[in-house]
Design a protein around this ligand. Structure first.
Ligand code: KG4
Ligand code: ZN
Length: 335
């Protein structure tokens, strides 16, 4: 099966051609355009700016991936078009969804609507068929922090999620307090490498709570309090970054392992932009060193938003439908 996948839920405009043979999903071509440079100046994404940029990028990225995959852009040899239909920013989602619907109509190909959150999880299945069920998936992105139990591709239970800010949002908002451009996660990771782990001990919200919920807004407030009373020289900034990253990482690792133990899983899947954090990956690896549970993390390029993951999710979970039945849904969640 060969799919053209489209992802435009936030500030990226991404298209990919993916193929599945047996259980193996292969990425044939991918192109991702971003309007990040415009948002880094404003400290966050301005939805209308993102959508306007995406309407410029969408056709060129599709053209590029078809060309790279040696497919005819007038009548490509594909089985379906997969598109993110939510959650996300409405203007951004509409660019991808309406383009996919138009192509579905003119090429006479079925559409597969994909939940962006499952897309992140399925980034792990690209060129990897070693994953075993049952599994726990941790989705950690700018907008989401969720723990999901999957006994199979179709037996899925949402265990918990953030009550307020997502982990990535906590990195971004704390970074803003430190004067970093958006998104701050990668810069906090760099600075944290030079930070003293003992200088700041930030709270670990809900760490000892039995439920699988998260809460990161208090952590951001704790950072604010320290920023207000500290002279922000280079070392103090590095130390705050280290304290913040350790606090977020402790909570994510501990809750995920708690769920993995309770449900006796064989695999843990990390996904979403925050999973690009090397220190977080290493803390999972360290904690799982003597365990039979296998840890999977996509390559960094497939952690942040991309179309390949949408194609992969469509391969395992997708249902083909007509273009008339697909509508963007910004509020979509795990159901
Ligand atoms: O998955 P993603 O690209 O977009 C959403 O669906 O939200 O995630 C973006 C988030 C941002 O909050 C960004 O700061 C965070 O992922 N992020 C990181 C790192 N790289 C990206 N957070 C911590 N460490 C990183 N290396
Ligand atoms: Zn995302």
């Amino acid at each position: 099966m060969r799919i053209l996948a489209i992802e435009t839920s936030c500030d990226e405009t991404s298209a990919a051609v993916v193929e599945k043979t047996g259980e193996t999903v292969k990425l044939i071509s991918q192109s991702t355009a971003t309007s990040l440079a415009l948002h880094s100046k404003t400290g966050g994404i301005i939805p209308e700016v993102a959508a306007r940029e995406q309407s410029k990028f969408i056709i060129p990225v599709i053209q590029e991936v078809l060309e790279k995959a040696n497919l005819d852009s007038k009548n490509p040899n594909i089985d379906a078009i997969a598109v993110t239909y939510g959650p996300g920013l409405i203007g951004s989602l509409l660019v991808g969804v309406e383009t996919a619907k138009t192509l579905s109509f003119i090429w006479n190909k079925p559409l597969i609507p994909v939940n962006h959150l499952f897309g992140h999880i399925y980034a792990n299945f690209i060129e990897n068929n070693a994953i075993e069920f049952p599994l726990i998936a941790l989705v950690v992105s700018g907008g989401h922090t969720d723990l999901v139990l999957m006994k199979s591709h179709s037996n899925i239970t949402w265990l918990g999620g953030t009550r307020d800010d997502a982990a990535g949002e906590c990195f971004d908002k704390s970074g803003r307090l430190l004067g970093f451009p958006y998104p701050a996660g990668p810069m906090i990771e760099e600075k944290a490498k030079l930070g003293n782990p003992k200088a700041y001990h930030f709270p670990r919200p809900l760490l000892h709570d039995d439920a699988y919920d998260f809460s990161f807004s208090g952590l951001k407030t704790a950072v604010l309090r320290e920023v207000e009373k500290t002279t922000l020289n280079e070392q103090a900034i590095n130390d705050i970054c280290r304290g913040l990253q350790d606090a977020i990482s402790d909570v994510l690792v501990s809750k995920t392992l708690q769920a993995a133990k309770e449900y006796n899983v064989k695999s843990i899947l990390l996904s979403g932009g925050v999973a690009a954090n090397q220190t977080l990956r290493e803390s999972f690896e360290e904690k799982l060193a003597d365990s039979t549970i296998k840890l999977f993390v996509p390559p960094k390029s497939l952690c942040t938003d991309n179309a390949a993951m949408i194609g992969a999710a469509a391969m395992f979970q997708g249902e083909k439908t007509d273009w008339q039945h697909v509508t963007a849904n910004p509020e979509l969640y795990f159901d």
